[in-house]
Design a protein around this ligand. Sequence first.
Ligand code: FES
Length: 161
Amino acid sequence: MLLSEQAYKKIDKELAKYPADQRQSAVMAALRIAQEEKGWVSDEVIVDVAEYLGMPTIAVQEVATFYDMYELKPVGKYKLTVCTNLPCALRDGEKTAHYISEKLGIAIGETTPDGLITLQESECQGACGDAPVLLINNHHMCVRMSKERIDELLADIQSEG
Ligand code: FES
């Protein structure tokens, strides 16, 4: 078994939402749970989720590669995803991504050498009115990210390690 007992229990909870012959309906949740535990979706994770759900590996792989919330290579402990889609880009979204990039000394898509922070950009996160916005680890949203707020956020992350 690749994941912890706890992770499989979480997947079982998702499975309970669907009829027994619809186990594949839980594939997105299962991949999310596996990613939360492993940090990213490796080939081993894909095979394991496929086996657990009784699905063809290729079908799980298709889901994992289609949605950009799944990481197909290792990422930092903190993944910062800045929205640079047009409405945000017009309101400093791109400048925000570049500011973080410069501060961390990494390009978008890269991870700091200490493995702490990965910087990514994304399409619309559904919070255009609060631009510039970024997500931490796919679920914690930070809005109106001025330079001061970014400085605070990075200092917090770096002090927590
Ligand atoms: S365009 Fe950035 S949140 Fe919508």
